[in-house]
Design a binder for this molecule. Sequence first.
Ligand code: MSP
Length: 670
Amino acid sequence: MGRFYVTTPIYYVNDVPHLGTAYTTVVADALRRFHQVVGDETFMLTGTDEHGLKIEREAKAKGLDPKTFCDGISARFREAWPKLEITPDRFIRTTDADHEAFVQELWKKIEATGDLYEGEYEGWYCVGCESLKTEKELEQPGNLCPLHKTAVERVKESSYFFKLEKWQRPLLDFYERHPNFIQPESRRNEVLSFVRGGLNDLSVSRTTFTWGIPVPGNPKHVMYVWFDALTNYRSALGSGDLTKFWAPNAKVVHLMGKDILRFHAVFWPAFLLSAGYTDEEIPDVVYAHGFLTVDGQKMGKSLRNAVDPLRLAAELGPDVLRYHLLRAIAFGQDGDFDHAALLERYNADLGKNLGNLLSRVLGLCTKMTDSKHPGDDLATDGPLEAELGEAYELNVRAAYEAWQSLAPHTAIDHAMKLSNAANLYIAKTEPWAQAKNGDAARVNKILSRMLRVLEALSVMLWPAIPVKAEAMRAQLGLPRLGITIGSDLWPTKMPESRAGLALASAGPLFPTHDEKAQKELLDKLVPKAEVVAGEAAPAVTAKAVAGSASGESGLVAYDDFAKVDLRVGVVKTCEKVPKKDKLLRLTVDLGEAEPRTIVAGLALSFTPEALVGKKVIVVANLAPREFGSAEFDGKKVKLVSHGMLLASGPSEDLRLATIDGDAAPGSRLK
Ligand code: MSP
């Protein structure tokens, strides 16, 4: 029996849970469940990252003190995860008293080694990244952060520095001694070349704001938010019994998106080494996964808010969402979350492959074995049993190895291959024909073999689809997995026959959706906006909003109006949509990482050229709306609008709303 400790990043509370954060958290939970199944003692950690300038500003903008603001959003994260069948062992907040005390202790340890010194920092800071930027990293013109595409800020203040430069060589040596520390391989190479390029000492405290953990002995300084945040992985375990998860015989895996690998792969081990932790007490793996797009679109903030994982889970059941996230995206690579593909995969894998196997076998048992597990005489096995046995061994072993090497998509694929092999076995053995021939022993063998494979599948798939796997077990008359720590339940060998055990089948577990039902679901699930400039409604008028918010009065409460996020945008590109007379497809700079794609009914009033470079007013938080599809450069693409331009007038003579004077893209109208 081993020990397995898995973490997600702690999420900033300037955003609520979305598909991206749900993704990392689902993978962490699935890995943890796999380790429970194989008998390991496990610990899973997630939580919220609450300090720093970004959060202080966000709270101020909402008129709240930072702690009250954090309490509200942190609770949304805490409450979200159980809805996806995720129950972390600890949900940490960086404002927890034990965390704060631990971070201060770590600081003191590092200070005692002489790795901290006071100085003055002058340079560029991106509040979005909560990270200092070198001149070289910035995009010109405008000194933009390459990730956020927003202008960085010039900071000059006294600060403590961590002697990161001195740790360059020890870090490179550490990476060499632990070739699996940074995964996947391609990311490891990126980090190695970054570190080989030389490291600068790192500013680790701030003096121009106060929302952070005070530096021990010098409370004018608050700690740099990443020093505070990274330490959560260790502080969560405290100094009692749970430290067994940080011990040499525990496997510690940090999962994160590729955007924040450097903090985990460079700063974190440097802090730990400096504080005197040994190689054995440094995490085993920092694994950077890719980024998700949704229906082919980058997940900007509005799309993130529109594709709500909790709504998907409530609508389809948590397992359908979990399954798709784990199976559709090769862990480590970028991937697309496509709503239609989600439904198709569900139908094909869970409905047709696994679901059919289960309901077929249970149906045959109702008719042929009086709804009991029949016995199964191994002495009379023939070539078809041998073929099934081979598929069993191969796939069960491969799935095990895939989970161990952090490849959930491959592990699930092997479970599905086994299910396929079982379907094939039934088709070839034709138990219904054997029954007609009166060969009861053969019928029993076939059905027993299938029930045993189904039992194995319920274990193999439990990490991914825990609710359905338990339901499957209930139908098979088996006890809940119930996770007995310490016993290895992985079905390396085909489970024993359970002759005589009563089956407790009930309705189909994986009902499939026909084309019409799929379409209805898609209509419901794929985010749509209500209006587009010049098309359905004349922008957002007080009346339009009040209609839904305030009933008959025609007036809108200020709070309701404040929900509409109006921003200044600059049109970057614009083109006609082939075969749609009224539509133009634009990309509009809203000061975000990427320009927004907006589809607008402006084509009767403007040529595309006339719009490029124009300042426009955009409703930035309108749920995305789909306008069917169109062909661009021979490729069919979905037309999805991520916002709406404000305009006035008849559709053939529209006037665009704009702003007078200077205003940076993304400026909010108030
Ligand atoms: N607070 C820091 C992490 C500190 S960890 C010591 C932070 N927080 S965050 O809220 O911005 O969350 C970042 C993480 O969310 C990513 O690393 C990734 O795990 C997840 N994702 C956010 N958007 C994502 C996608 N579009 N796709 C996949 N995962 C993404 O950074």
